[in-house]
Design a protein around this ligand. Sequence first.
Ligand SMILES: *Cc1c(COP(=O)(O)O)cnc(C)c1O
Length: 405
Amino acid sequence: RGAVLYGEDGREYLDLISSWWTCTHGHGHPALVRAIAAQAAQLDHVMFGGFTHPAAAALAGRLAALLPGGLERVFFSDNGSTAVEVALKMAYHYWRNRGDTARTRFLAFDGGYHGDTLGAMSVGRGCGYFTLYADIMCEVETVPFADTWEGDGEVEAREARALAALDRALEAGAAATAALIVEPLMQGAAGMRVCRPQFLRAVTERARAADILVIHDEVATGFGRTGTLFACEQAGVAPDIVCLAKGLTAGMLPMSVTVTRQDIFEAFRAPDFARALAHGHSFTANPTTCALALASLDLYGTEKTMDRIGAIARAHRAFLPELAAHPRVTRPRALGTMLAFDLKDDASGYKSAASVALRDRYLEMGLNIRPLGPSVYLLPPYCLTPEQLGRAHAGLIMGLDGLEG
Ligand SMILES: *Cc1c(COP(=O)(O)O)cnc(C)c1O
């Protein structure tokens, strides 16, 4: 219920990472449960080839109205990974439909994560989880991501180096590159690494200038996570293709969309089947899931969700100095509803023993916090009350105090 998970024994746990970043409005929200039940009773499912239905049409319209940059053509699929697969296929196929067959590569970022299917792993090769599969990946070049944190005095130099590397990659390979893909403002799985909006803007503009498509993977950042409905708004840029999932359905059922502009859509329209993006899943645009996504968007109005997000963001910022002063904390950072730090002197990676011990301590304290290796973070549901957030902040420090070594 809400931000609380109940264990088998009745114990309460605050879900401080929103069940892997999906649960936006809290668990068991009555309006969302009602929307699912009502749609399932009306029309459970219909194939989306040659058919459509009101929930899908309404959702596509709502998303088009909310997204910046003329992103208005909506392609439905099932999860964040498939949204990325669709984006990669769309970008590659777009160039072919324009008669350009040389664009067989993608550009991505060190630390970038885009999902667990083969194409998504390929562009996520820079996150280091997938080295075993390197031989069967598609061709991807990675460039540095200029992350930053509170009190970072070297961000400008880091950005300049990253942009210089991007310039070199574009100069050498743009003509063979279909698209650049980036997680806007925040790399999630890499450990909640954030960059400045000007870095995202510079990256997007440089790729554009080199005439390659730009894909923003807003699977984790979309729907308010970073303080604005979409992260790209803070940088004043819009991509050519955006991927949305996770918060799209408030963490209750799986669905995703890949959204692009009319001009890119037009490149696929022709009687010739080879020009069509012939990609479809069994449950494409499932009506029940679409109705849930619509009900979730409604809550942003009826519950003033962006105000709740603002309140969490302000509380995180007010807490940052205390967090930063802790001897075990390095690189403290906050962005929207996300608060994170790295464990000092812990280079042991994803299997960090200290971080596993910390996860267990937090669970004992009734806090579901699951560090990504040495990166410890909060990413709570937006319904978290000020009292619950205070408990989370105090608990973070208490857990660190008890950490040995
Ligand atoms: C979680 C995530 C994905 C993959 O989404 P799934 O629904 O788990 O397949 C892709 N990109 C980003 C940025 C993510 O955080």
